[in-house]
Design a protein around this ligand. Structure first.
Ligand code: NDP
Length: 284
């Protein structure tokens, strides 16, 4: 029996944030401080935690953050005018709207209103189209972070069987597109997939973003698999677990991400990367 090596997102984030701080300092010497606007609608407690994490990471890297907390009953028109003002503000290089949005708001309409030059979450249709043709300005943060974790560990995806479990617009689908661009053979599984294990057992690299604790157990993976656990599930006792039975699967895997400390910190770091990148683009 073997024990997987850990893909340490916390450690990698730390070293990336150091470099981002240096890039932000160079911009500041030229009179530009990278600025990120975070729009939060309503009072979803998980969203507040995510926004706080993002604001803290900005501070750590010398990026100025602008928080726009709007009440839950804010009209769509009013959200759109907030975004229009941010689009026009030269101090703002990146705009993100924290999801989920209240049901009276049309999410696509909001995301499409963000300037494509400030779309640091990468959710605008223009950026999604860029992913499809292998040329996006701002890759979505979670898949971008996963790609960097793999690259940094020297895990080449070209020609590999990559199985992505979960097909959301923010994780599963863009993840699949990004690794297709890196020449992997991609399988995307979702809730309607019959016999999930039949697919996961073939994975050289298994990426799980379903939001189901212990969805992936050791019998479902082959020996030597690389496992990326994107899931964040809060258990009744308050602890956070991923979608993978970590203790079981790590005995068969060659590499595995822990939860917490794997993909999570990378997501926030890539948001800062995209924001600094947005400020650098503007300078040119
Ligand atoms: P969604 O709920 O939007 O998507 C989950 C996807 O998984 C859907 O395609 C769903 O199918 C599919 N799915 C759910 N259950 C199963 C199952 N039993 N078998 C196969 N497929 C299944 O979630 P997100 O993509 O937004 O997030 C996924 C997880 O990742 C969550 O735990 C979330 O908290 C976490 N997350 C973590 C981030 C990080 O930084 N680490 C960032 C973003 C998300 P269907 O839609 O058809 O039901």
């Amino acid at each position: 029996s073997m024990t997987a090596k850990i893909l340490d997102g916390k450690w990698l984030s730390k070293s990336l944030r150091q470099k981002l701080r240096e890039r932000a300092a160079i911009l500041l010497e030229g009179g530009i401080q990278p600025g990120l606007a975070v729009v939060l609608l309503g009072d979803d407690p998980a969203s507040k935690v995510y926004v706080n994490n993002k604001v803290r990471a900005c501070e750590e890297c010398g990026v100025k953050s602008f928080r726009h907390a709007l009440p839950p009953n804010t009209t769509e028109k009013s959200v759109l005018s907030t975004i229009a003002a941010l689009n026009a503000d030269p101090e703002i290089h990146g705009i993100l709207v924290q999801t989920p949005l209240p049901s009276h708001i049309n999410m696509r309409r909001i995301l499409e209103s963000i300037s494509i030059d400030k779309d640091v979450d990468g959710f605008h249709l223009y950026n999604i189209g860029g992913l499809v043709v292998g040329n996006s300005i701002f890759p979505p943060c979670t898949p971008y972070g996963v790609q960097l974790l793999l690259e940094t560990a020297g895990i080449d995806v070209s020609g590999k069987n990559v199985v992505v479990v979960g097909a959301s617009n923010i994780v599963g689908k863009p993840m699949a597109l990004m690794l297709l661009q890196k020449e992997a053979t991609i399988t995307i599984c979702h809730i309607k997939t019959r016999d999930l294990a039949q697919h996961t057992i073939l994975a050289d690299i298994l990426i799980v973003a379903a939001g189901q604790p212990k969805l992936i157990v050791p019998q479902m993976v082959k020996r030597g698999v690389v496992v990326i656990d994107v899931g964040i599930n809060r258990m009744p006792d308050g602890s956070i677990v991923g979608d993978v039975d970590f203790d079981g699967v790590r005995k068969k895997a060659s590499w595995i991400t822990p939860v917490p400390g794997g993909v999570g910190p990378m997501t926030v770091t890539m948001l800062i990367e995209n924001t600094v990148h947005a400020a650098e683009r503007k300078k040119l």
